[in-house]
Design a binder for this molecule. Structure first.
Ligand SMILES: NC(=O)c1ccc[n+]([C@@H]2O[C@H](COP(=O)([O-])OP(=O)(O)OC[C@H]3O[C@@H](n4cnc5c(N)ncnc54)[C@H](OP(=O)(O)O)[C@@H]3O)[C@@H](O)[C@H]2O)c1
Length: 269
């Protein structure tokens, strides 16, 4: 682990004092590992009560145990974001465990195959759009009755740098992430009058299981790092901190925006 990353990891450990999110209730989808886990951890560190969820019970239990050991207020439930009944259970969990919902982080995404866009099968296209886009839309829609009761509601959608600069072999995934930028813009307009802020995060290449194929060999790592001005991969904690900012009152006048955390990879003007 390089020195910068070691420093970042230890500085996030000393943030327990920070309490921007006290009294808030958060749901983070796909949060048993990777970026979702780091987001859940950071929101909890800042005082939020956080519901962890993903498809596999063992993963959810393990994530909840890790965070409870640190003294955070978290609870867990399984939820496949593409399953109507699971999303309903998840929202009910927020009501029954913590009495409402203030922060919704929509982090789940899949990328079942790699290759040129026009070689993608219809089934893969449908899967990517079902999970990455449709489930995000449905979760937002279904959470509105709860968010409208919150004093400072916030929705955060996990897009990607690939939403701005499509990745060659991740074409359909990139298109789905561009769609989320648009979903964010339009819903931010629609929900502003209800005081609900909607923002996106566009991570660059973050070291997780999802991006494993980009860093699982020295040759792949070198090739990717050569395209990143900061000359390193990001770590999930560097996305957790962006999410905590967007969820907090520090971002109270920000809606419809996307924060790129990509180590300087070109995204937009
Ligand atoms: N890593 C990167 O470089 C990068 C860059 C830009 C954007 N992103 C975005 O960041 C988000 C998280 O990626 P990651 O890198 O953290 O992935 P990851 O480390 O592979 O973690 C994926 C998580 O998603 C859960 N999951 C998968 N399918 C799910 C579903 N249908 N419903 C609910 N949970 C599900 C998994 O748990 P279970 O197996 O238990 O379901 C796991 O907790 C994604 O939206 C991704 O597009 C990642």
């Amino acid at each position: 682990m390089d020195k910068v990353v070691r420093g970042l990891k230890s500085s996030t450990k000393s943030l327990n004092q920070c309490c921007r999110l006290e009294e808030k209730v958060a749901i983070v989808t796909a949060s048993s590992q990777g970026i979702g886990f780091a987001v859940a951890q950071r929101l909890a560190q800042e005082g939020a009560k956080v519901i962890i969820c993903s498809r596999k019970e063992a993963n959810v239990n393990s994530a909840v145990d890790k965070l409870k050991t640190k003294g955070y207020e978290v609870s867990g439930i399984t939820c496949h974001v593409g399953v109507d009944e699971d999303r309903k259970k998840l929202l009910n969990e927020a009501i029954s465990k913590y009495g409402g919902l203030d922060i919704l982080v929509l982090n789940a995404a899949v990328n079942p195959s790699i290759g040129p866009v026009l070689e993608c099968s219809e089934a893969v296209w449908d899967k990517i759009f079902e999970i990455n886009v449709k489930s995000t839309f449905l979760m937002m829609k279904e959470s509105l009755p709860l968010l409208k009761k919150s004093k400072s509601p916030s929705i955060i959608i996990m897009s990607s740098i690939a939403g701005y600069q499509p990745f060659d072999m991740l074409g359909v995934y990139s298109i789905s992430k561009t769609t989320l930028l648009s979903l964010c813009k339009i819903t931010a307009q629609e929900l502003a009058r209800d005081g609900i802020r909607v923002n996106c995060i566009a991570p660059g290449v973050i070291k997780t299981k999802f991006s494993n194929f980009l860093h699982n060999s020295e040759a792949a790592s070198e090739m990717i790092i050569a395209t990143i001005p900061m000359q390193r991969f990001g770590i999930p904690e560097e996305i957790g901190s962006v999410a905590a900012f967007l969820a907090s009152s520090d971002a109270s006048y920000i809606t419809g925006e996307t924060i790129v955390a990509g180590g300087g990879i070109k995204s937009r003007l």
